[in-house]
Unconditional design. Sequence first.
Length: 57
Amino acid sequence: MIPKDPVMLLSFVNLKLRDYYSDLESMCDALDIDQGELTEKLASIDYHYNKERNQFV
């Protein structure tokens, strides 16, 4: 289960991307997360996925 709070979600997602997954799509597939909903929720706190850095910045 992923955090519902956007700030906690940001920390969770960036940790997973850094330590376990090579890109956002792989993480979303493995964890059964809707990529659109995830990016929308993090965009609400002005964080966007940076493919080169493989994290939300």
